[in-house]
Every structure is written in structure tokens, then in C-alpha cells.
Design a binder for this molecule. Structure first.
Ligand code: ZN
Length: 255
């Protein structure tokens, strides 16, 4: 299948033996972390919207994992640390040190970010809609994983899954105001006008937050894939509205 990024550590699509297409990051492959992003090809995205528990367990099974932890995602900035499968509570970040436990997020445009401690201590996943992104969830999440697991920021690898891109993400002035209020005046650089309309680059904003809390640039991997432009592969709430399904992203520590 085509490779999206032009370096081996970036995002690419992989066709599974049964014919389903999954997104992966070379950087996480290289470190041996089981992970993936579901697409419309071979995955039940309606199930993921309707029944997150069953969809998460099904996806964990596809990845060869025994169990899945998942969140009621609430567009906040909080993270929960888990050690067992099932619903973990209401928050937007999950971290575990349990081997073989899939941390599963779901989305229809919002960035899902997979994080791995390259020394193998922990993995994490967070969901960053515009409220979470402008509220600084990426920085909060990294501080939490560093504080709890004694990971050094330079040891962390972060991969940003497909999400609505700058090309397609038209927002109101309220979103830019929230970004400046939450992140500081520099946050205006993640906004640009396209045909007179304000657009927001969430992947760039998340990358910037990750670097500010000490991640190293070569360990930060934005997929650069837009969910609206790739309608053959991804659900999009912006494009499809209330009937949109959800794609999932998952990561696990290996046993
Ligand atoms: Zn786009």
C-alpha cells in the first residue's frame, strides 16, 4: 500500500491478511509497540460509535491483544492511569504499564495521539478535540506520564493519528480565542485564513505542545493525514454529521 510519509518512522497504511486496511507508525513498529488505527476498509466504524466496548475489544483482538481499556471521552484535559480492561471512566487520556492491554481511543476528526516510553515503562493514548488541544491536553498528558512513571521526556515517542487538517478545519474566532487563553499569544500561529475563513492546524498545535514539555523533534510524528480529504478511509463528523461512525486508535506495551 502507499506510504503517506516520506520517512520510515512516519505514518503508513498496511493491508492485513483478511483485507482490512490499518494505519501504523514506523516509529512505533521500530520500538516493538503493538498499535494501529482503524479505517473504513474492513472495520465496523458504526459499531465503534454505538458500542465502544465491543468495538475496542474487537480491535484489541485484531491486534493480537487480550483486553482493551477505553474512555468516555469528554473533550477535557484529564488522564486516567489504568491496569485492567474495560471502561476506564470519563477523561481524554489513558496511560498503562500493563503489558498486552490495548488503550483504545475513538474519533471522527479529532486527533488521537499514541505515546510510548521507548524504555518500555508505559504507553499512553489521548484524544484531543479542539477544546482539549486549546486547553493544553498534550502538555498535561506528558507531565502525567513523566510524573508517574519516571520517564524522561526525551525517551517519549508521540504519534498523531489522522485528524481534520488545516486544509479543511474551518473554525470560529472563539476557537482561536480559546487557544490564546489556554496556550498563550504564540498559539495564533496555528491558525491561518483560507478563502477568507479561519482554519486551525491541530496537529501542529499538538506538536508544539509536545516539544515545549521536552519531547525531541525526531520523536514526534504527526501523520499529516486529513480525515475529510481521505473520505474513503476515515469517518468525519464534519463531513458526515451525526451519522458518522468512529475510527479507533490503539497502543499496547508488549509483554
Ligand atoms: Zn483536508
Amino acid at each position: 500500500m502507499k506510504t503517506v510519509s516520506n520517512d520510515s518512522s512516519g505514518f503508513y497504511f498496511d493491508r492485513l491478511p483478511g483485507g482490512a486496511t490499518i494505519g501504523r507508525f514506523g516509529a512505533l513498529d521500530a520500538l516493538g509497540f503493538v498499535h494501529g488505527v482503524t479505517t473504513l476498509k474492513g472495520f465496523d466504524t458504526a459499531l465503534a460509535a454505538r458500542d465502544p466496548s465491543t468495538a475496542a475489544e474487537d480491535f484489541a483482538g485484531v491486534l493480537g491483544l487480550d483486553g482493551a481499556a477505553w474512555l468516555e471521552q469528554i473533550h477535557g484535559v484529564n488522564t486516567i492511569i489504568v491496569d485492567s480492561s474495560g471502561p476506564a471512566g470519563s477523561a481524554d487520556g489513558l496511560i498503562t504499564e500493563a503489558p498486552g492491554l490495548a488503550l483504545v481511543g475513538r474519533s471522527a476528526d479529532c486527533p488521537l495521539v499514541l505515546v510510548a516510553d521507548s524504555a518500555g515503562r508505559a504507553v499512553g493514548m489521548f484524544h484531543a478535540g479542539w477544546r482539549g488541544t486549546t486547553g493544553g491536553i498534550a502538555m498535561e498528558f506528558i507531565r502525567r506520564i513523566i510524573g508517574h512513571f519516571d520517564s524522561g521526556p526525551a525517551e517519549l515517542v508521540a504519534c498523531i493519528c489522522p485528524s481534520v487538517g488545516l486544509c479543511c478545519y474551518e473554525v470560529g474566532q472563539d476557537v482561536q480565542d480559546a487557544a490564546v487563553a489556554g496556550l498563550g499569544a504564540h498559539a495564533v500561529k496555528f491558525f491561518a485564513y483560507r478563502k477568507g475563513k479561519l482554519h486551525f492546524d491541530m496537529q501542529a498545535c499538538i506538536c508544539d505542545q509536545l516539544l515545549r514539555v521536552g519531547l525531541v523533534r525526531h520523536n514526534v510524528h504527526p501523520s499529516g493525514v486529513c480525515t475529510i480529504c481521505h473520505e474513503d478511509l476515515f469517518c468525519s463528523y464534519r463531513r458526515q454529521g451525526a451519522v458518522a461512525g468512529r475510527f479507533q486508535a490503539a497502543i499496547a506495551r508488549t509483554a
